[in-house]
Design a protein around this ligand. Structure first.
Ligand SMILES: *Cc1c(COP(=O)(O)O)cnc(C)c1O
Length: 434
């Protein structure tokens, strides 16, 4: 499989190069040259395949012979080495729990796959690699965990000061060794913009071998298809109609992977992009005007994105045609007070604890199902409630149980370097770090 740059279609590279480079010329995102369809037999009989086999079938066409099949099988099974259950919340709405991995968020899956591919590709590399990544909350921990203590790899994580939860902050700041955390006096968009500038800076690229681990990296984006297949495998055991799938969305990598799986043949009735007050995409789907804005801080901080990078890939999947896109994806913007009310209500009536991101999705899916009777669906549960204890405990007016592993983590001391959203400060840090 070859991948082309969405900003410069002449630039075509293989999976390995795209994984290492992260993004292409003019900060363009890479995109697969073709969309390999699933075999019908495979999709109709998912329950006859093991999860590992499903994951392998999902990924193999994107990688070809660039990773030997035995190695790829090992990589995918390690990537999904925790449970991913689909649970019913009520009659019409289920939740795919993607938060049983090492850092308790769905990003463990993409980051886990990517870090394993990258270490495979870099095994015999002479030069050290620097993974540079901006996080709105969960990416940092997942990436830090995926690369921790790997030889020849440094990880530099930029996160917005005071805008990630205490657990999220600890997960990305306490590790030390090859993991560097930069606390930026600004928003996630500032962090993302600094990272993009570093990638296009000649001086830095001459001195360091830089790669990204954001959801723009295809090795993080593509494996997210896997859990849509695993969800359908479980869905088909009790339901005979295709589900409406509602994805709490920020940078739009997750939902974009779902749409890709759907275009390859996975039956999905409709997609819903559930956003918080950062409503660029819901507004676009309504008006066809794409208006990036400054991000607003909300309770669902991992979705505080004012200029979602991955949306260009969704446009490409629909050949930049608005009508088919609009018919397949609806957008909702849900505010913090509705989010809190919902966490409280679902706890009291269904005895299920939502966290802010999944609560946004729960509201959006509920509204859609109300307007479209007779359908059912599921939300993606993207993080564990313990990652957002304040919001959740405020809403349900009860303490939530903290797993022992988190207690140990919370006692560790954070190590960070504070910088302003000024490229010069990042440049100096990168060039001086070794
Ligand atoms: C990253 C994240 C999201 C948003 O995912 P995107 O792929 O950026 O749209 C949603 N919820 C949680 C908990 C996240 O960490």
């Amino acid at each position: 499989m070859k991948y082309y740059n969405l900003k410069d279609r002449e630039e075509k590279i293989d999976f390995k190069t795209a994984t290492i480079k992260g993004q292409g010329k003019s900060k363009g995102l890479f995109f697969p040259e073709s969309i390999p369809p699933f075999k019908e037999e495979f999709i109709q009989n998912l329950n006859q395949y093991s999860d590992e086999e499903i994951a392998y079938q999902c990924m193999k066409d994107f990688i070809g012979d660039e990773i030997p099949s035995e190695v790829l099988k090992k990589i995918v099974s390690e990537t999904i080495s925790f449970e991913i259950p689909l649970r019913k919340i009520n009659e019409d709405i289920s939740v795919l729990e993607l938060f049983h991995g090492p850092t308790l968020a769905f990003k463990d899956i993409g980051a886990g796959f990517m870090s394993r591919c990258l270490s495979y590709f870099l095994e015999n590399q002479q030069k050290d690699v620097t993974v540079l990544v901006a996080t709105s909350g969960d990416t940092g921990g997942a990436v830090a965990h995926g690369f921790y203590d790997l030889p020849g790899i440094d990880v530099v994580i930029l996160y917005p000061k005071n805008r990630v939860s205490p657990v999220q902050e600890k997960q990305l700041t306490v590790l030390g060794k090859n993991i560097y955390a930069l606390e930026v006096n600004g928003s996630f968009d500032d962090c993302q913009s600094l990272v993009k500038q570093a990638f296009s800076n000649e001086e830095i690229n001459n001195q360091l071998f830089l790669t990204s681990a954001n959801s723009i990296n295809i090795a993080r984006w593509l494996p997210q298809q896997i859990y849509y297949l695993l969800a359908l495998k479980q869905w088909q055991q009790t339901e005979n109609k295709a589900p409406v799938i509602c994805v709490p969305s920020g940078n739009f990598g997750n939902i974009c992977a779902g749409v890709l799986a759907h275009l390859r043949g996975l039956p999905v009735e409709h997609f819903i992009a559930a956003c918080n007050a950062n409503n660029v995409i819901p507004e676009y789907l309504e008006t066809q005007n794409f208006n990036p804005k400054k991000a607003i801080a909300t309770l669902s901080n991992a979705m505080d994105v004012g200029d979602p990078s991955n949306f260009v890939r969704i446009l490409e999947l629909f050949n930049n045609e608005f009508e088919p896109l609009k018919n397949k994806i609806s957008g909702y913007s849900i505010d913090d007070s509705k989010t809190i009310q919902t966490i409280e209500k679902v706890y009291n009536t269904e005895h299920y604890i939502l966290e802010p991101h999944s609560a946004v999705a729960f509201v959006a899916l509920g509204q859609y199902l109300k307007d479209n009777p007779g359908k059912k669906g599921f939300i993606l549960g993207t993080a564990h409630p313990v990652k957002f204890p304040d919001a959740v405990e405020n809403a349900i007016k009860a303490k939530i149980e903290i797993p022992q592993s988190l207690n140990t983590l919370m006692k560790k001391e954070k190590k960070t370097v504070e910088i302003n959203p000024d490229f010069e400060e990042l440049r100096r840090f990168l060039l001086d770090k070794n």
